[in-house]
Design a protein around this ligand. Structure first.
Ligand code: AKG
Ligand code: FE2
Length: 460
């Protein structure tokens, strides 16, 4: 891009301004019939290579470069065990320490000064796990299935989850991991970028959200123009490239950005084409976020409500609804340049077109296929987990077909963001060494402006 800016007779800033002043976005260029990608959108060639798509599920299991898919119904079914009638639980009630499956209230009931408000099903899973018949039927299969599902999340995460489940640290990684040939290395490099299915968000809400945003973007430019703004104080902002005047190259993308929480816009501020569905979809995603933060908290050895309540990871929600118009020369530009998200967690809905790629270990771009919600850990959670969860870099390639996606960014917000200090959660006697220094969110977001990967700046 440096050469483009410097060459004679080319005023890049003037071209950016002219484009921005149309308030019609990249879609406006396409509607005007452009057949060549304007120079402001040219991206330099990428040094990483693109690993081909994985289409066959068997290949995906065997290929270390696939993005893990987590079935959340499995995780939540484990909670059903506690809801069975007392008669079903009673046969398992025991204080016999030799049993590998023990259900009781307060293992130290006769020793502790006060009993606690808690019942526990304890499973000694290793080195010699129980036979399936020893496990209550309500959770018999789930114990094994659950371990199989979560093992694909990542080796590092699994080690931590094992501990959270009362198993030894390597159980899921080694014992269960052997079963489907998942390599620990592959898992640890994807820690933080995965897809979820059976997450509870109705198919109808997801498709209605995508359809509404397509309608907004494909309406005549006059209908979109009133929303076009770079005023950061507005809670509903439509623009092409939020960093149009800062980034070295513009991307082939328009975005409707909605600040939804803690103080969302009034319905009238939202374009009529997507007014109702935006509220419905975001409340669904907030519920999903609670489930994910609960699982991740436990995986990190924290109490279940830690990330959501103590750390406030669910409080701030920004929704970026992207529209990637059909591109006449996709090889010259990108839908979104390589980046990691400045969030705690991002939940991404994409339509069936594809184009999202994650940068995995060894510098390979790997396709993130459509069909499941994408969840990625952002920079804040990488740092708070002291690097155990990864904020994976990703990008979107341009395509000849129009694409819609909706990124829900759970992020620090407002007053809390300016005063709250974020850093690695490393407490207790056997605390590990912090690998990042602490910072406020404002400091973090400011650091992104210099173009350097923000995580590098905070690494110790
Ligand atoms: O559109 C996509 O698939 C990804 C968008 C994205 O990475 C972002 O908004 O941060
Ligand atoms: Fe992103």
């Amino acid at each position: 891009m440096a050469d483009a800016t410097a060459s004679a007779g080319y005023d890049r800033l003037a071209e950016l301004k002219a484009f921005d002043d149309t308030k019609a976005g990249v879609k406006g260029l396409v509607d005007a019939g452009v057949t060549a990608v304007p120079r402001i959108f040219h991206h330099p060639p990428d040094p990483h290579h693109h690993a081909p798509s994985i289409t066959h599920p068997d290949d995906a299991a065997a290929d270390s470069s696939s993005i893990p898919v987590i079935d959340l119904r499995v995780a939540s079914r484990a909670e059903l065990v506690a809801q069975a009638p007392a008669e079903a639980r009673r046969p398992y009630y025991t204080r016999d320490a030799a049993r590998r499956v023990k259900y009781s209230s307060n293992y130290d009931l006769f020793q502790a000064p006060a009993a606690s408000w808690r019942d526990t099903l304890f499973l000694e899973m290793a080195p010699d796990g129980p036979s399936p018949e020893e496990i209550p039927p309500a959770c018999r299969d789930i114990v094994f299935e659950y371990t199989r599902q979560v093992q694909s999340l990542c080796g590092v995460l699994l080690g931590l989850l094992s501990e959270a489940l009362g198993l030894h640290r390597g159980y899921l990684e080694h014992d269960a991991g052997c079963r489907d040939g998942l390599s620990v290395k592959a898992a640890s490099e994807t820690a933080g970028f995965f897809q979820v299915v059976n997450h509870g968000i109705p198919e109808a809400a997801m498709s209605a959200m995508l359809a509404a945003l397509r309608r907004f973007n494909e309406a005549p430019a006059e209908a979109r123009r009133p929303y076009y703004t770079r005023d950061t104080a507005r809670r509903v902002k439509y623009s092409s490239n939020y960093d149009l005047f800062q980034a070295p190259a513009a991307s082939w993308r328009d975005t409707l950005f909605l600040e939804m929480a803690p103080d969302g816009p009034s319905p009238e501020e939202i374009p009529p084409t997507c007014r109702d569905i935006v509220f419905e979809y975001t409340s669904q995603v907030q519920s999903l976020c609670s489930v994910l933060l609960g699982l991740l908290s436990e995986a990190l050895g924290l109490h279940r409500g830690y990330l959501e309540h103590d750390a406030g990871c669910r409080d701030g929600l920004g929704v970026a609804a992207h529209y990637y118009p059909p591109c006449p020369e996709p090889h010259l530009t990108l839908g979104a340049a390589k980046h990691s998200d400045p969030t705690f967690l991002t939940v991404l809905l994409q339509d069936g077109v594809g184009g999202l790629q994650a940068l995995l270990g060894g510098g390979r771009w790997v396709d993130v296929p459509p069909g499941a919600l994408v969840v990625n850990v952002g920079d804040f959670l990488e740092i708070m987990s002291n690097g155990r969860l990864k904020s994976v870099e990703h990008r979107v390639v341009a395509s000849a077909t129009a694409r819609v996606s909706v990124a829900c960014f759970f992020k620090p917000y407002g007053p809390a963001a300016s005063t709250r200090v974020y850093g690695p959660i490393v407490e207790g006697d056997d605390a590990e060494t912090p690998r990042y220094r602490s910072f406020t969110a404002v400091e973090f977001l400011r650091s992104r402006l210099d173009g350097r990967p923000p995580l590098d700046r905070f690494r110790l």
